[in-house]
Ligand binder design. Structure first.
Ligand SMILES: [Zn+2]
Length: 303
């Protein structure tokens, strides 16, 4: 049905409208989005050759009326697309043209942004050719994650580096060699000093992505830290003794009578099991599921 509308509007002089636009995905590395790049891409398009003539069979309508005899005295009038012009209303010849386009990837362009070439899609009679759009598809990067103009990197540091200082050398997206290091006395923590468990994050100003159209204004580089603690028994008793003397707030175990105080050691645990302890009592299901929900909420806040 829409074909009739299209046909009559095209041929019926409803004014030229634009042909369909084409979207081509264009995979771009984060490096190229940082530095900008021009790539040459070939596209194939149909162009009209010679004159466009109005179809005689349908008088440019793109559709013809057909009268069908259904029975004695019964006539049905139906509209169908014109065979002569394939419903176009015009008769014309096309040929394929290969066109090389210079695609300018601007510094700071983002995922799904379009680079438009006006009127470069297939040509159609009586209407403007549509556009060719190259749609930027940002490729994943090994090191950086991007959000807006900001970059994020995850760094694992040892407990030694976390306490005594660390430096990290890397090559930025534009090839600059960069070292990020802690100031003297600066401590990297396993998580932020907040009520909820929030990853420990620091930022380096202006080392994110350039802004599109304003490339000298850059985003920031976020560094999310993970502190790798020593494993059980990795430290020798001597090392532990030294650390106990050096680090603040050592443990002060009080003298106690083994007959009066019960001593325990700890096993590894999973917070998802919190609330599942004890023996099950029949008929107390409601309380059980309630406890489970509570345990999961604690888990969410921790992760
Ligand atoms: Zn026709």
């Amino acid at each position: 049905f829409s074909m009739f509308f299209g046909g009559s509007r095209r041929g019926g002089g409803g004014g030229p409208r634009k042909g369909p636009s084409l979207n081509h995905p264009l995979k771009v590395s984060l490096e190229d989005l940082y530095n900008g790049k021009t790539v040459k891409l070939a596209v194939n398009r149909k162009i009209i050759v010679g004159d466009v003539e109005t179809c005689d069979a349908c008088r440019g309508q793109g559709a013809v009326m057909e009268i069908r005899q259904l029975g004695p005295g019964m006539i049905q009038q139906v509209q169908r697309p014109c065979d002569e012009c394939s419903g176009q209303g015009n008769i014309f010849k096309t040929k394929n043209e290969r066109k090389v386009l210079e695609v300018h990837i601007e510094k700071g362009m983002k995922h799904n942004e379009k680079i438009t070439f006006r009127g470069m899609a297939d040509e159609h009679p009586n209407r403007e050719a549509g556009d060719i759009n190259f749609v930027v598809q940002e490729k994943d990067h090994d090191l950086f994650k991007r959000k807006g103009a900001d970059l994020l990197v995850v760094r694992e540091v040892s407990l030694n580096q976390a306490l005594c200082g660390f430096s990290w050398n890397f090559t930025h997206l534009d090839g600059r060699k960069i070292v990020v290091k802690t100031r003297p006395g600066e401590v990297i923590k396993p998580e932020m000093n907040t009520k909820e468990a929030v990853p420990f994050v620091k930022t380096v100003s202006n080392e994110g992505m350039p802004s599109r159209g304003n490339p000298f204004v850059k985003g920031n580089l976020y560094i999310l830290f993970r502190v790798k603690f020593p494993e059980d028994n990795e430290l020798t008793p001597d090392q532990i003794n030294t650390l106990r003397q050096i680090l603040p707030d050592p443990d002060s175990e009080m003298e106690h009578d083994a007959d009066e105080v019960e001593e325990h050691h700890m096993d590894n645990a999973d917070l998802r099991n919190f609330g599942k302890g004890g023996a099950e009592h029949r008929g107390s299901d409601a309380y059980d599921s309630d406890e489970e929900g509570g345990a999961q909420q604690v888990q969410c806040a921790q992760s």
